[in-house]
Design a protein around this ligand. Structure first.
Ligand code: THU
Length: 141
C-alpha cells in the first residue's frame, strides 16, 4: 500500500478532531475521536462513549470500525486518532487487535505537540492473534 500523503493525513486528523467534539466521556473527561479511511474512499468517524458501568465504555476507534461494518465497509486503509489536549493518543491494545482483524497493514496517523506520526498497525501489534490461528477458521469477505 502506498503511504498516505500529508494532506490526506491532515484531513483525516481534522475529521477525527471533529468527532472528538462529540465524545461522551463524563467519567474520564478524556475525549477521543477517530476517522477511518476505507479502500473505496469513504471515511467513517467514531468517538469514545463511556458508561456508568465503566468497563462497558467503548473507544473511538472500535466505535468507528463497528459503524463501518454496518455500512458494509471492511477494508480500512488508515485510521487517524485525535486525543485530548493535543497529546498523542495511540490506539489501546484492544483497538489494535480489533482493527488488525480487518487490515494489519493499515496506517495509523497520530498527532501531538504539533507533530504528525505515521505507523503501520502491524508494527504496533507484532505477532498478533488472527483467524489463521483458529483451526478450521474461515475468513468472511
Ligand atoms: N480511549 C479511546 O477512545 N481510544 C484509545 O485508543 C484510548 C482510550 C478512551 C477510552 C476512555 O473512554 C478514555 O479514552 C480514557 O481511557
Amino acid at each position: 500500500m502506498t503511504e498516505i500523503d500529508r494532506t490526506c493525513a491532515q484531513k483525516l486528523l481534522a475529521m477525527a478532531a471533529e468527532a472528538r467534539g462529540r465524545a461522551y466521556a463524563p467519567y474520564s473527561g478524556f475525549h477521543v475521536g477517530a476517522a477511518i479511511l476505507f479502500e473505496n474512499g469513504e471515511t467513517i468517524c467514531g468517538c469514545n462513549v463511556e458508561n456508568a458501568s465503566y468497563g462497558l465504555s467503548m473507544c473511538a476507534e472500535r466505535g468507528a470500525m463497528i459503524a463501518a461494518v454496518v455500512k458494509g465497509l471492511k477494508k480500512p486503509v488508515a485510521v487517524a486518532v485525535s486525543g485530548e489536549g493535543g497529546t498523542f493518543c495511540p490506539p489501546c491494545g484492544a483497538c489494535r487487535q480489533f482493527l488488525a482483524e480487518f487490515n494489519p497493514d493499515m496506517q495509523v496517523i497520530l498527532e501531538g505537540s504539533g507533530d504528525i506520526k505515521l505507523y503501520t498497525l502491524k508494527d504496533l501489534l507484532p505477532f498478533s492473534f488472527s483467524l489463521e490461528g483458529l483451526s478450521g477458521g474461515e475468513k468472511e469477505q
